[in-house]
Structure formats: structure tokens, C-alpha cells
Design a protein around this ligand. Structure first.
Ligand SMILES: *Cc1c(COP(=O)(O)O)cnc(C)c1O
Length: 395
């Protein structure tokens, strides 16, 4: 392939070479099962302990509050199903939002079939949860509030600190899906009153299939995976030592370089936003202008199908996505764009570009140039656009 401009870092990221190097010895040399008794297993056990300590320190948690999992979806499933089961005698009501990742939403829908009641909060036009609506939704039988830290489609960062304070005031555990936030935004579980937090290594330049769930001591979701005594007997299965080592190294690098990278990435992001909004008619930016992930851009282009846009960008070597990766390929418009109030026909023409520190201003310019020509071309073939122009002239 000639040119590759990767702008789908919200779907997954490249493993950093340092991360890969850190993992390698745990495949080839120290491949022991860390639960074994012989000395050879000590290295693996030590690596696990260190990774747990390091990750805990990055979010202001204790090492024994970090549970390694198989990624973001598993962490979300565990938090929500685990609390539903463990709190069944206390209540069966949960509060979440309409813009969560499917790992959360589909878990809630599953629990509804099992007799739970779930309130899906609306969000405003920028994708922000309204705190008064959250407070009004709380009932005596509410057992969990689960609200994402930052949205994976439109990049909006939720008022997590305020949400945590409300949850604490009412004595309700607060879970946050921080898969897009961890390693990208500063976060502290005590300052923000977070009781459970999901993260996933492959969203911050670590390996796929590994993540963690922070569970505050005293909060007790039921076990999701039964078996061996790993993860304090709460998540069975032989530890993914290379993956966990890689995740810890990726986390360390992400947090170390967070400020610098955020600054650099948001400059490129802002340039891309300015160019597109100024140069492409009938385009709009979705999500919040300020309370937004540094690496996220999400546009709607009227009169255009997101899918055709993706195919033509692909021909230019640009990897992007429309809606979320899980829904591409289906004809349903994004639930997030519908939740911020966009009509179906506009929500269909959405484009998400998610950057990393490896992207450059030159790439942003190339993408903006390509978008201009592609959008123009697609509109010239669009009967909707033709009608629109005709009507404009008649007026
Ligand atoms: C990617 C993502 C997930 C799923 O994480 P996996 O590790 O791929 O299972 C969950 N929530 C959000 C917000 C995500 O972006």
C-alpha cells in the first residue's frame, strides 16, 4: 500500500515499539504461569504485581483494587452485570445514558430482559449528560449509575466529577467506562468519586484483548468468570502476563506524554475542524467544542452517506469510520448522533476521524483536501442534493 493515513485511533491504536519490547520476554523467556510454585514462575508473578501497582498509581487507586480483564467490553459487562446480581436484594434499577458504548448498552438491555429496570438518560445537543436529570432519575432502589467518561463517537467528555459527587451523596456506586479517557485525560478515582472504572489497553497503544476494571475496596460486583483464584478469585483464568506487562508499559508512556501529546494532537484536530467547517458547505461538527477528547473529530455532511464517504477515503489511503466500528456495515444510524438530536438523514452522513500523536499537519491538510473533493463529488451524484439546490433556486 502506498499511502496510509490512520485516523481510526478510537477503534484501535498501534502498539508502541517500547510496549512490544516490554512484552517480548514474557512470550519467549518468562512464559511461566505466574501461579506456579517453582522459582521460574517468580518473574511472571513479579511482573504482574508491578503492573498492578503501576496502573493503580496512575489513577490514584490501591494495587488490590485493579482487576485485569480481557478488555473494555469485559470490564463493562463485569461492572454492570456484577452489580445487578450482587445488589438484586437491594434493588433492580440502574441509570446510564443513551450514548454509551454497546458493551454497556447491550449489557443493560440484556439485564432488562432479566427483570432489571434501566433509565437511559438523554444528553444535550453536545452529548452532555444533564446533572439535574441524573439526580431526578435516582430512586430508592437504584443500585448503579454507569456513565461513560468520554464518548467514543463524538468525543464529548462528561462531567464525571459532578456525576461522582451526586452518586456519592446518594450512596450509589458509580461506574465509568473510561476506555476512551484512560491515558488520554487526567483521572483520579478518589477526587472524582469513581467506584468502578473500565479501561482497555488497545485504546492507548497497548495490546488488544487486555484491560482492567478498577473496583473500589468495599464495592462487590458478583464474579463474572468462575474458575481459578486469579484476580483475588474474582476473575478466573491464567493471567495474560505479556498483555498485562504491555498494558502497564503503554499506560506509563501514555500518562507520561499525555500533556505534550494532547497539545500536539488538539492543534492538528483544530486545524482539521477549521478547514472542514470553513471550506465544505453544509458540514457540521458533532460533539462539544471544548469538553472534547483531543483526538476526536466527528462531522456530518448533509446529502451524503457515511459509507460512500468511507470507501472513497479508503481509496485515498485514509482510514476513518462512520458511527462506531461495531455499527459500520449496518444501515442503522449511530445511536449517539440520534441522541444528540440529529435527524436520521443527517446522522447517516457522519464521519469520525480519531487522531494519534503520529499524525501530522500535512496529513490533516491532505485529508481536508480529499474530503473537499469527495464530498463535492458525492453531492454531484446525490438526488437529495439536486432537489435541495432546485428548491433553493425556486425560493
Ligand atoms: C473500544 C471501547 C470499548 C470496548 O473495548 P474492547 O477492549 O474493544 O472490548 C468499550 N467502551 C468504549 C467507550 C470503547 O471505546
Amino acid at each position: 500500500m502506498e499511502k496510509l493515513i490512520y485516523l481510526d485511533n478510537a477503534a484501535t491504536t498501534a502498539v508502541k515499539p517500547e510496549v512490544f519490547e516490554a512484552m517480548k520476554p514474557y512470550f519467549l523467556e518468562n512464559y511461566s504461569n505466574p501461579n506456579s510454585v517453582y522459582t521460574f514462575a517468580q518473574q511472571g508473578k513479579k511482573a504482574l504485581d508491578e503492573a498492578r501497582e503501576a496502573i493503580a498509581a496512575l489513577i490514584g487507586a490501591k494495587a488490590n483494587e485493579i482487576y485485569f480483564t480481557g478488555g473494555g467490553s469485559e470490564s463493562d459487562n463485569w461492572a454492570v452485570k456484577g452489580i445487578a446480581e450482587a445488589s438484586a436484594s437491594k434493588g433492580k434499577h440502574m441509570i446510564t445514558t443513551k450514548i454509551e458504548h454497546h458493551a454497556l448498552l447491550h449489557t443493560c438491555e440484556y439485564l432488562e430482559k432479566k427483570g432489571c429496570e434501566v433509565t437511559y438518560l438523554d444528553v444535550d445537543e453536545y452529548g452532555m449528560v444533564r446533572l439535574d436529570e441524573l439526580e431526578q432519575a435516582i430512586r430508592p432502589d437504584t443500585v448503579l449509575i454507569s456513565i461513560m467518561f468520554a464518548n467514543n463517537e463524538i468525543g464529548t467528555v462528561e462531567p464525571v466529577r459532578e456525576i461522582g459527587a451526586i452518586a456519592k451523596k446518594h450512596g450509589i456506586p458509580f461506574h465509568t467506562d473510561a476506555v476512551q479517557a484512560f491515558g488520554h485525560l487526567p483521572l483520579n478515582v478518589d477526587e472524582m468519586n469513581i467506584d468502578m472504572l473500565s479501561a482497555s489497553a488497545h485504546k492507548f497503544h497497548g495490546p488488544k484483548g487486555v484491560g482492567f476494571l478498577y473496583i473500589r475496596n468495599g464495592v462487590k460486583p458478583a464474579t463474572l468468570i468462575h474458575g481459578g483464584a486469579q484476580e483475588r478469585a474474582r476473575r478466573a483464568g491464567t493471567s495474560n502476563v505479556p498483555g498485562i506487562v504491555g498494558m502497564a508499559e503503554a499506560a506509563r508512556l501514555a500518562v507520561r506524554d499525555m500533556e505534550e501529546n494532547s497539545r500536539k494532537i488538539s492543534e492538528i484536530r483544530n486545524h482539521l475542524i477549521e478547514r472542514v467547517l470553513n471550506e465544505i458547505p453544509f458540514s457540521r461538527l458533532n460533539g462539544h467544542r471544548e469538553q472534547r477528547l483531543a483526538n476526536n473529530v466527528n462531522f456530518c455532511f448533509r446529502f451524503i452517506e457515511g459509507e460512500s464517504l468511507l470507501i472513497m477515503l479508503d481509496q485515498k489511503g485514509i482510514c476513518a469510520s462512520s458511527g462506531s466500528a461495531c455499527t459500520s456495515g449496518s444501515l442503522d444510524p449511530s445511536h449517539v448522533l440520534l441522541a444528540i438530536g440529529l435527524p436520521h438523514e443527517i446522522a447517516h452522513g457522519s464521519l469520525r476521524l480519531s487522531l494519534s500523536e503520529k499524525n501530522t499537519m500535512e496529513e490533516a491538510d491532505y485529508v481536508a483536501d480529499c474530503l473537499k473533493t469527495i464530498v463535492e463529488r458525492l453531492r454531484s451524484m446525490s438526488p437529495l442534493y439536486e432537489d435541495f439546490v432546485k428548491n433553493q433556486k425556486e425560493i
